[in-house]
Each structure stands twice: as structure tokens, then as C-alpha cells.
Write a protein that binds this ligand. Structure first.
Ligand SMILES: [Zn+2]
Ligand SMILES: [Zn+2]
Length: 401
């Protein structure tokens, strides 16, 4: 019985084994009695008879032995008993027969599994197809082989493309399909996903997906002007933050020149209103720009794009610098120590106060630089040293950990 490690010798007189047959991740309990000697067979027969009255599966052949199975085994083998008895009659010993039994169990269990899967996938398949039929296949841009995920392309009023992802869980249609929220400004995501969820609950309707998509399209229309405004900023300025704006981002930080940038936060519900702005750069340059901004605020024209309005208010006759019109050296907004703009999520916000220098640095870069110089003095967490560019005094505080 070496090929069946889960079977242990239970008794020696008669020789009985008890244990499990391992078939397709299942452990099936079994009792086995081996033929001891010819003259004991009658005794064994009696034993068998008593066991068989319990309704358990029983297979018996004189030279192989007896098998008692549990209800579980019996249930699986239902209808196959005669076939197995025949195999047992042909087998020369118990081990040979057990190998046959395992093969038979595997065949039965795997065919049962396939049936269940086919049944599920047939209903699944039919329902997913119905949803996509109702939606219109021309709108489906991508569909997984197993139909578990589809991508639907939507357009806003300006023809901008948006992707809606729909997941059909394995239990669909008993479990509702799931829509991934669109990339839209933060404050509205919740409202939209709530609407979409309530729509997707009408999953028994053949047009449940269509209804959800139509609802998403309606919501997209509300943001068209917002995206027009953001796209104009992206096209006509030099955006340094965010690195890769998404359709949900309302903020842009744009290069102004003279070491300055302006942070603009557009209100998605009123994209043409004067946005929240913040000027970042050397105090002297910022001061003059802030003065212009306030002086000209009455010029704001809601018919124009915010980018155009800001150019008018800030008195930028050539408009915002763009990567085409200005060079990296000119705008000089990168850190003078690590030569990059973004460092561990930080942007260079420490500026040399020497008007002729105004070199920006990351706080962390400047702090490390000054700390390693023997000439630097420290008072609490503030360092007093010299600017690596102009040698004038520069101070900085420890960056937050
Ligand atoms: Zn740096
Ligand atoms: Zn300096």
C-alpha cells in the first residue's frame, strides 16, 4: 500500500487499512480489508454483511479484499458500482484496484466540475452579451477573453475621450456588475459613483449597463468646460506640477519666469471664475506680480479662458512661458544642488535671498549641503551658511522628517 500514504494499517487480524484517498484536492475516507487467508473468507464475508447493512458502499472480491466507503464516497460513485465491481474482479491485488478506483473518481469528479463551470459560464456569458448588445458593440473598445472586464469609450461635448471600465464578477448576474469611477474632479466622484451604483442595481434589466453609461455621459457633459479650461492651461503654459495631470486634477503650477511659478486651482463647478492662485518665488518678484494681480482684478472676463485672463492681469505681453518659448536655464526653477525639480515629492521652495542670485533649492538638499560645511553655524534647528552659488548668507531649517 506504499502508493497510498494516507492509508494506515488499522488492524492485523483481519488486515485492515483506514485512511483517505486523495482525489482532486479532496480527501475521501475509506476502509479496506485485505483477504487474509482462504479459510477466513467466511468470517470476512460475515463482517462484510454486517457492514453492508449500514448502507455504506461495499465492494468485494475474494482475492482483492473488501472496500467500505463512507456516504461521501458512495454519493460520488453512485451508478458506477457495477463498473467498479468488474474492475475489482479483474484486479490481481488491492493496490492495483485502488489505482483504478482513484482514476475513476478523478474522471467522475472532473466531469462534474466541468458541468458546473459550463453551466455558470453559460448564464454568465448570456447575460454579459445581452448587456453589451443593448449598449451597442461599437462603444466597447476592449473586452477580456473571459468577458470579465469591458472598456467603454465615452466622449464629452468637446470630443475628449474618457474610459469607463465595467467588471463582471464571477457570480454575475446574481452579483451586480461593477463600474470603475471615471476620472473626474474629486468633489464629484462620490455623487457620480453613487448614481452609477444605483443604476447598476437594475442589473436584471437587459439595458442596465446602457442606463449606467448614459448616466456617466450626462455627468461628463457637466465637466466639459472645466476640461477645456484645464487643457488650455496644459497647452499654453509650462506646467511643472502635477507631473502628469489627470482629468481629476484641478490644480496646476505654471512657470512665470524670474524664478517664479503660479499655482492655480480651478473650481470645477465654475471653471471660468477667477481661480484661487498662489505665487511662489523670490519675495521681490512676487510682490510686483501680486500688485498687478490685485490692480487688474476687475479685468477678469468670464467669457475668456482663465489662462488668457491671468496673462492680462499679470501683464504678460508674451503670455506664459512654455517649454517651446523658454529654456530650462531661463526659468531656473530647478534645485541648484540636485538639479531636479521634484525630489521625494518636494519642489524647490528655498530661495537665496540675494536679489542677484535667487537660486532655488529643495529644503532637504540645502540643509544637507550646509550641514556638511565646517563654516556653517547652527542655532536650534536653523542653519546659517553661505549660498553655494553666490556665497552670500543663506539660512534654512531642518526639513520635516
Ligand atoms: Zn534638490
Ligand atoms: Zn545665492
Amino acid at each position: 500500500m506504499q502508493s497510498f500514504p494516507l492509508l494506515l494499517e488499522w488492524s492485523t487480524d483481519p488486515v485492515m487499512y483506514h485512511g483517505f484517498l486523495s482525489v482532486m484536492d479532496r480527501e475521501l475516507e475509506i476502509w479496506i480489508e485485505l483477504p487474509y487467508t482462504a479459510n477466513r473468507r467466511t468470517e470476512t464475508d460475515n463482517n462484510i454483511k454486517s457492514k453492508s447493512t449500514t448502507g455504506q458502499l461495499r465492494l468485494f472480491t475474494a482475492n482483492v479484499g473488501v472496500i467500505f466507503g463512507t456516504d461521501e464516497l458512495q454519493k460520488i460513485l453512485e451508478g458506477h458500482e457495477a463498473q467498479l465491481q468488474k474492475k475489482m474482479d479483474e484486479a490481481s491485488n488491492m493496490e492495483e484496484f485502488l489505482a483504478e478506483l482513484v482514476d475513476t473518481l478523478e474522471a467522475i469528479l472532473s466531469s462534474k466540475k466541468t458541468n458546473a463551470e459550463q453551466q455558470r459560464s453559460l448564464s454568465y456569458w448570456t447575460h454579459v452579451i445581452k448587456q453589451l448588445d443593448a449598449l451597442g458593440w461599437e462603444r466597447v473598445t476592449n473586452l477580456n477573453k473571459d468577458l470579465s472586464q469591458a472598456q467603454i469609450e465615452l466622449s464629452d461635448a468637446s470630443g475628449r475621450k474618457h474610459l469607463l471600465t465595467v467588471d463582471f464578477p464571477p457570480g454575475y448576474p446574481a452579483v451586480p456588475f461593477n463600474l470603475k469611477p471615471l476620472e473626474i474632479p474629486e468633489h464629484d466622484i462620490q455623487r457620480l459613483s453613487q448614481t452609477l451604483t444605483s443604476k447598476s442595481l437594475s442589473l436584471n434589466q437587459e439595458n442596465g449597463l446602457l442606463a449606467a453609461v448614459e448616466c456617466a455621459e450626462k455627468q461628463l457633459r457637466d465637466f466639459t468646460d472645466f476640461w477645456d479650461v484645464m487643457q488650455d492651461i496644459d497647452d499654453k503654459t509650462w506646467v511643472v506640477d502635477p507631473e502628469k495631470p489627470t482629468k481629476a486634477d484641478c490644480m496646476r503650477r505654471c512657470v512665470l519666469g524670474n524664478h517664479c511659478t503660479i499655482q492655480i486651482v480651478i473650481d470645477p463647478t465654475s471653471p471660468r471664475s477667477m481661480p484661487e492662485t498662489r505665487l511662489i518665488g523670490p519675495a521681490s518678484s512676487i510682490e510686483s506680480m501680486r500688485t498687478k494681480l490685485y490692480k487688474n482684478v476687475s479685468l477678469w472676463d468670464k467669457m475668456k479662458l482663465p489662462r488668457e485672463n491671468l496673462e492680462a492681469l499679470l501683464e504678460l505681453p508674451n503670455g506664459f512661458p512654455t517649454p517651446v518659448t523658454a529654456s530650462k536655464e531661463e526659468i531656473n526653477i530647478e534645485c541648484g544642488i540636485c538639479y531636479s525639480f521634484r525630489y521625494e515629492g518636494q519642489i524647490p521652495d528655498q530661495l537665496c535671498s540675494n536679489i542677484k542670485c535667487q537660486q532655488p533649492f529643495h529644503r532637504a538638499c540645502l540643509y544637507d549641503w550646509l550641514r556638511n560645511l565646517t563654516t556653517t553655524r547652527q542655532s536650534f534647528n536653523t542653519l546659517f551658511g553661505v549660498c553655494p552659488y553666490c556665497n552670500e548668507t543663506i539660512t534654512t531649517t531642518a526639513p520635516r522628517a
